[in-house]
Design a protein around this ligand. Sequence first.
Ligand code: TGC
Ligand code: FAD
Length: 390
Amino acid sequence: MANSQSVDELFAIDSLLDDEERQIRDTVRKFGNERIRPHIADWFEEGTVPARELAKELGSLGLLGMHLEGYGCAGTSATAYGLACLELEAIDSGIRSLVSVQGSLAMFAIWKYGSEEQKQQWLPGMAEGSLIGCFGLTEADYGSNPGGMLTRAKRDGDDWILNGSKMWITNGPVADVAVVWAQTDDKVRGFVVPTDTPGFTANTVKKKLSLRASVTGELVFDDTRLPADAMLPEARGLSGPLSCLNEARFGIIFGAMGAARDCLEAAVEYSQTRNIFDKPLAGYQLTQAKIANMALELGKGELLAIHLGRLKDAGELKPEQVSIGKLNNVREAIDIARECRTILAANGITLEYPALRHANNLESVLTYEGTSEVHQLIVGKALTGIDAFR
Ligand code: TGC
Ligand code: FAD
């Protein structure tokens, strides 16, 4: 429609970004639209993604570990990284997951807690996308409560012997390297595990109804022998892995708004051209109320994301503020995706339109990186001073 505005225009989002941030956003948007969007519905339907090929392309765009400094990483602002996540998730949450897990979880853990040798060995290849990483924290019976993990690393001379398993691990079956968290006699520690180590197996999780364009797996460690220098020296206790989660949750705050934007754009366009009772669906007050309400939540979510990005760039972002963003933006995104599906009606249940694909993906996003209930409890604790987890 000639005079219709986007939500970004309505909220003047560009006025909050600098030239570099706008340029990064536009580059990632173009890449996503040209390279990935034409295939995404098929990949989702087939339950596949060419992770290795895409990792190299994402790496050559500088998107892997992009807000980290050195070791081949781009060293952008956190806000720019968030905007890249938004554009990737506007295509599919699975693609943003690939990038989040690589950059914010596996690479960040090595970058923040690794020895100089570990950083030199792994980070440049991971930044260029020739090596894929995964991050093993969750176990089948310990998701929200990772402190209860059973996976254990025991000393054998100078070596470590790892036993146990990790579940629901993004990129696990395609990874070259796994960052694995395990109990030791000295608290929870992180280990850098090349996936060709004897005693390491990765099994693919099948029959998923969500995040189908993402590889999810189980990691099994059966007397996996690791050298002494496999341990991340600077992480000791649960704060190590939990601090990595802050990084990935931050990307999701932006990313979820990308999925929501994609749904809303598709629904608005559809409503402008779909004639119902002899006039466009967009011309009905009920439809406009839906669209206006969704636009408010999308715009507010983007403003919140950028605000949190600015705090992160100033080194002031607190974990409970990350929880506010993840809780709000994922919850609103899934509501928007479902509401858009109602506008698309029967057409909305197919992969011809993105709304139900995004809604299904957002079911995982609502659960991973801390369920919405976990984030309510984190925010609740911040507001009341009382820990209600146990
Ligand atoms: P609690 O006793 O509160 O804390 C243990 C230690 O950790 C510190 N800490 C944090 N440090 C940094 N950042 C945070 N966000 C932190 N939260 C806590 C805390 O200060 C303490 O340090 P210290 O030095 O005193 O030992 O721990 P708890 O056992 O009570 O658990 C707290 C809880 C429930 C919030 C935490 O376990 C949690 O966040 N659970 C959710 C688990 C989760 O989010 N897993 C995600 C796995 S990765 C994933 O899903 C990837 S999805 C793929 C993708 O991203 O695309
Ligand atoms: P549970 O912890 O069993 O939770 C069950 C229910 O109980 C939830 O509703 C939860 O909110 C609620 N609950 C939990 N605690 C409380 C409480 N104290 N009070 C009230 N209610 C509570 N993990 C990784 O380590 N690496 C990955 O790469 C990774 N990728 C993933 C990819 C996908 C597609 C998915 C679906 C998950 C992935 N995960 C990964 C795992 C994810 O982080 C966990 O699924 C998540 O932390 C929740 O754990 P759970 O599924 O075991 O649920």
